[in-house]
Ligand binder design. Structure first.
Ligand code: ZN
Length: 252
């Protein structure tokens, strides 16, 4: 099984990374993508990917972290060419917080879309309270040539169908196990399995029945189980198809 979004690069997880990786392995979670969200966490993601065979880096700048960033984009493009970097992100829009303006977020996102296109690597997208503008920006800037994943997708089924035409898939995580998962169960039910991948977003969004505890990649089997039950298929089928999807998208 695979965790396509796991912040091993956050201090409180990084300080016990050996244990987290050991428990992941025991739960048959064998590949982990570590996304950066600012310069430091991207550098740490890279370091982790170089040190641990089963870890891969995504590097990028989260929309709330881009204030004053300038030279950082040159570093991003240079580092993005390294083999252990499998994606650009997480990047996108977040209008829940107001640490950065809409204009700043648009500029930062477009820069990262263009870098992804130049280095020919997919995007890991964070979109909070920004479903339509995220879609419109990706479409306007031809992000379909690299594709990517809508991490923690929170949009409608209709929008999800449009995304599949643009070469984007959906990162399904702990939210799918919540009772108030809004439109996500219908997305998982109706969208073809070849557009779904699994993620935890550790240390956040812990799945049921562990809510309140810190999230970890070892909980991926609970996401697989939930996807299988919603789609009324075998867990083995989910595991195999997600492996193929991840291979196709991230080349791992
Ligand atoms: Zn994240």
């Amino acid at each position: 099984m695979i965790d396509t979004h796991c912040h091993l690069n956050i201090d409180r997880i990084y300080e016990k990374i050996e244990l987290v990786l050991k428990e992941a392995k025991e739960a048959n979670v064998n590949k982990i993508i570590v996304p950066g969200f600012d310069l430091e966490s991207s550098k740490l993601a890279l370091e982790i990917a170089k040190k641990y065979d089963n870890c891969y880096a995504a590097i990028g700048f989260h929309p709330t972290e881009i204030k004053g960033y300038d030279e950082e984009y040159a570093w991003l493009e240079m580092a993005a060419k390294e083999d252990c970097v499998v994606a650009i992100g997480e990047c996108g829009f977040d209008f829940h917080w107001d640490t950065t303006t809409k204009e700043e977020q648009i500029e930062a996102f477009i820069k990262q879309i263009e870098i992804a296109k130049r280095v020919k690597k997919p995007l890991i997208i964070h979109a909070r309270e920004a479903n339509q503008i995220t879609f419109d920006t990706l479409k306007k800037h031809d992000a379909s040539v690299v594709g990517g994943v809508l991490h923690a997708y929170a949009g409608s089924l209709e929008l999800a169908k449009e995304y599949t035409k643009m070469n984007f898939c959906f990162g399904i995580g702990g939210v799918i196990t919540f009772k108030n998962a809004s439109s996500l169960p219908s997305v998982v039910k109706e969208i073809d399995l070849k557009y779904l991948i699994t993620e935890t977003d550790s240390p956040y969004i812990t799945p049921v029945p562990f809510r309140g505890k810190e999230n970890a990649p070892k909980y991926i089997p609970y996401i697989v189980e939930k996807i299988a039950s919603i789609k009324e298929i075998d867990q083995e089928e989910v595991i195999k198809q997600v492996q193929q999807n991840v291979l196709k998208l991230f080349k791992i």
